[in-house]
Design a protein around this ligand. Structure first.
Ligand code: MRU
Length: 348
C-alpha cells in the first residue's frame, strides 16, 4: 500500500530536523524537505507543504522536539511557550494542531524539575507516540469504514484524507486503500476540491498509486453523479468535530453532504478521536481559516482568470451539520445518531 512506502513525516537521520514530503510539489515531484527552525515550520504548515488535520498535529509535535533541542536552561520554558503559541497560531481550524502542541507543552511543564536533556528526550518519545497512535487509529478507521461499503460501490471523495494527511492509510481514504489491498472492488469519484486542488493533486495520486480505480471530477459535478446513481457513499475526513457531531472539513464538504441527503446517498465522516473537540457544543464556534484570495484568482492559471482587483472570499473550511451525516467512523468503530449522546459516551 502506498501509504506504507511513502513516509510523509519523520525525523531526519540525526534527529535535528523534521522531514516531510513537500505536498505543494505533488503530483509532479516527490521531494522531501527538512525543517529546522520555527519560521520554516510555520511556513510549511501555512503554505500546505504539510497539511491535513492529523498530519499537521504530528508534524508540530516533532517540531517542538526539534526546537527544544536548542533551548538553554534559563530560557527553556519561555522559549517553549513562545514556540508553542507561534505554531498553534498558524492554522486555526484543525484541532489536532493545538491539541498535539499543547500535549508537548504540558509534558515538558510536568517535568519542570528534571534535567533539560531528559525533558527533550521525553518530547522526542512523545512525538513518536503521537505518530504511532495515529497510525493505529487510521488502521482501525479504515477497517470500520470498509465495513460500511459493498463490493462494486463507488464513493465520492472530497479534499485529501489519505496517508499524506495523516500518517498511514488516512481517514476518508482508508477504506479504499484497505479494499485495494484485499482485492475488493471499490471505486471513487475524486472531486478536485477548489481552490487548492487537494483532490486532483493528492487524492488522485494516492489512489492511483494504490491501484484504486478513480475518476476525477470538478466539484460542481457531484450532483449529477449522485442523481445518475453513480455514487453509493460520500467519504470525507474532518478537521474538528463538535460535541453534537457538526464537522468542520475542507470547504465544499457541506455542499456535497447537502446534495447527498437530497439524493439519499449516505455521508460518512471518518476521523480519529484526536480530531474531536468535545469542548465545542456545536460547529457554530469553530474558527474558520480565511486564506489569500489569490488562490481563487490566479494560483493555478497561466494568467489570472478573474479581473484584477476583484474581491475574493476564500474560507478554507465549512461546517457540515450533524443531521447531514449518516455515520461517524472513528478508531472505536461506527457511531450513529444521536451524536451528542454517543460521542460523549465514547470519548467524554
Ligand atoms: O487545508 P487542508 O488541505 O489541510 O485541509 C485538509 C482537510 O480538510 C482534510 O479533509 C482533513 O484535514 C481531514 S484529513 C484526515
Amino acid at each position: 500500500m502506498s501509504g506504507q512506502t511513502v513516509k510523509n513525516i519523520a525525523l531526519s537521520s540525526d534527529g535535528s530536523a523534521v522531514r516531510i514530503i513537500d505536498q505543494t510539489l505533488l503530483p509532479g515531484r516527490l521531494e522531501y524537505i527538512e525543517l529546522r527552525d520555527r519560521e520554516a515550520m510555520y511556513e510549511a504548515i501555512k503554505s500546505l507543504r504539510i497539511r491535513g488535520a492529523p498530519a499537521i498535529g504530528i508534524f508540530a509535535a516533532y517540531g517542538i522536539y526539534v526546537l527544544a533541542q536548542s533551548y538553554g536552561r534559563g530560557e527553556f520554558f519561555a522559549r517553549l511557550d513562545d514556540d508553542c503559541g507561534y505554531l498553534i497560531s498558524c492554522r486555526p481550524t484543525a484541532v489536532n494542531l493545538s491539541r498535539q502542541v499543547e500535549r508537548q507543552r504540558a509534558l515538558a511543564h510536568a517535568m519542570a524539575g528534571s534535567p533539560i536533556a531528559e525533558i527533550v528526550q521525553a518530547l522526542g518519545r512523545e512525538a513518536r507516540a503521537i505518530h504511532e497512535e495515529d497510525v493505529a487509529m487510521c488502521r482501525a478507521i479504515a477497517e470500520a469504514g470498509l465495513g460500511l461499503l459493498h463490493p462494486g460501490d463507488t464513493v465520492l471523495t472530497h479534499c485529501n484524507a489519505g496517508p499524506l494527511a495523516t500518517s498511514e492509510y488516512g481517514t476518508g481514504l482508508g477504506p479504499l486503500l484497505l479494499a485495494a489491498e484485499r482485492g475488493v472492488d471499490i471505486r471513487a469519484y475524486v472531486d478536485e476540491t477548489r481552490p487548492l486542488l487537494q483532490g486532483a493533486r493528492l487524492t488522485a495520486w494516492e489512489l492511483m498509486n494504490a491501484g484504486v480505480d478513480c475518476t476525477l471530477i470538478c466539484d460542481n459535478m457531484a450532483a449529477l453523479a449522485m442523481r445518475e446513481g453513480r455514487v453509493q457513499a460520500v467519504l470525507a475526513g474532518c478537521d474538528r468535530m463538535a460535541a453534537n457531531g457538526d464537522a468542520a472539513n475542507k470547504i465544499g464538504t457541506s455542499g456535497a453532504a447537502i446534495i447527498a441527503k437530497h439524493y439519499g446517498v449516505p455521508v460518512y465522516i471518518l476521523l480519529p478521536s484526536s480530531t474531536i473537540d468535545l469542548d465545542r457544543p456545536t460547529g457554530a464556534g469553530i474558527p474558520i481559516e480565511l486564506r489569500d484570495g489569490e488562490e481563487i484568482r490566479s494560483l493555478w492559471y497561466e494568467k489570472p482568470m478573474a479581473p484584477e482587483g476583484v474581491k475574493c472570499w476564500d474560507p478554507a473550511f465549512d461546517v457540515t451539520d450533524h443531521d447531514l451525516i449518516t455515520a461517524i467512523v472513528t478508531e472505536k468503530g461506527v457511531i450513529r445518531p444521536p451524536y451528542d449522546v454517543n460521542l460523549k459516551k465514547l470519548f467524554g
